[in-house]
Write a protein that binds this ligand. Structure first.
Ligand code: HEC
Length: 201
C-alpha cells in the first residue's frame, strides 16, 4: 500500500514537472517574441520611434459626427436649433428624467430650481430653470450646455451620449412646464378640481 502510494506520488511529480516545463516554455516564447514597446527607439519606422503620430483627421470609433444638429445642437450655420432632432416620446422623457436625476439633480435639484445637495454644500449655485431667459432659450442651448459645459459647470459629453442629452433636454422642458403651466392648458376635469381646491371645497 505504502509503496504503491509512493509510486503514484512520484508519477504525479514527474507529470507536473513535465507540464511545468512545457508551460513555462510556452509563456517564455510569448514574452520573448520580437516586438516594439511604445516609444521604443527603432530604425524601422519614420521618426525613429515605435509610436507613430495619429493620422490627421482620424476619428475614433463612436465619434463620427455625421449629423451636426444631432451631435452639436447647432445647425450648419452655427445657430442653436429650436426643435428636437428626433420625435420625443413618453419613453424618451422617462429616460431623460432618470438621466437628469443621476447627472444634473445633484447640483440643479430635482425640480431644476438650482437647490441640489452639491450646491447646498457650497458648490457655486446654478441658476433656476424656471426663469424667462431659460424658458425661452432654444433646446439647442441646453444641449450645448451639457455638451460643452457652461461657466463653472463642466462638460458631460463623455458621460452622456447625444441621444440621452436630448432626452434630458426634453425632461427639462417638462420640468419647466410643471412649474409654469397655464390653467387653461389643463384638461377640463383638472381645471374643475383646481377651482374646488382654490375655493376651499
Ligand atoms: C457640479 C454641479 C453641476 C452639475 C452636475 C450640472 N450642472 Fe448645470 N450648472 C451648474 C452651475 C454652477 C451652473 C452655472 C454656471 C455659471 O454660470 O458659471 C450651471 C448652469 C447650467 C445651465 C444654465 C446655462 C445658462 O444659460 O445660464 C443649464 C441649462 C444647465 N446647467 C444644465 C445642466 C444639465 C442638463 C446637467 C446634467 C446633464 C447639469 N447642468 C449638471 C452646475 C452643475
Amino acid at each position: 500500500m505504502f509503496r504503491s502510494n509512493r509510486r503514484t506520488r512520484r508519477a504525479m511529480f514527474t507529470l507536473l514537472a513535465v507540464l511545468a516545463l512545457f508551460l513555462s516554455a510556452c509563456s517564455q516564447k510569448m514574452r520573448d517574441q520580437p516586438k516594439l514597446n511604445p516609444d521604443e527607439a527603432t530604425t524601422l519606422l519614420p521618426g525613429g520611434t515605435a509610436s507613430q503620430p495619429i493620422v490627421a483627421d482620424t476619428v475614433p470609433r463612436g465619434y463620427v459626427n455625421d449629423d451636426v444638429e444631432f451631435t452639436t445642437g447647432k445647425d450648419a450655420s452655427g445657430q442653436l436649433v429650436t426643435e428636437f432632432p428626433f420625435p420625443i416620446t413618453k419613453q424618451d422623457i422617462l429616460r431623460g428624467e432618470e438621466r437628469f436625476n443621476i447627472y444634473c439633480a445633484p447640483c440643479h435639484g430635482h425640480v431644476g430650481n438650482g437647490a441640489g445637495v452639491v450646491a447646498l454644500r457650497g458648490f457655486p449655485g446654478p441658476p433656476s430653470y424656471h426663469q424667462d431667459r431659460l424658458r425661452n432659450a432654444p433646446v439647442g442651448h441646453f444641449f450645448d450646455v451639457i455638451t460643452n459645459g457652461f461657466g463653472r459647470m463642466p462638460s458631460y459629453a463623455n458621460q452622456i451620449p447625444p441621444e440621452d442629452r436630448w432626452r434630458i433636454v426634453a425632461y427639462i422642458r417638462a420640468l419647466q412646464l410643471s412649474q409654469h403651466a397655464d390653467v387653461k392648458s389643463l384638461p377640463a376635469a383638472d381645471q374643475q378640481q383646481l377651482q374646488k381646491v382654490q375655493s376651499g371645497g
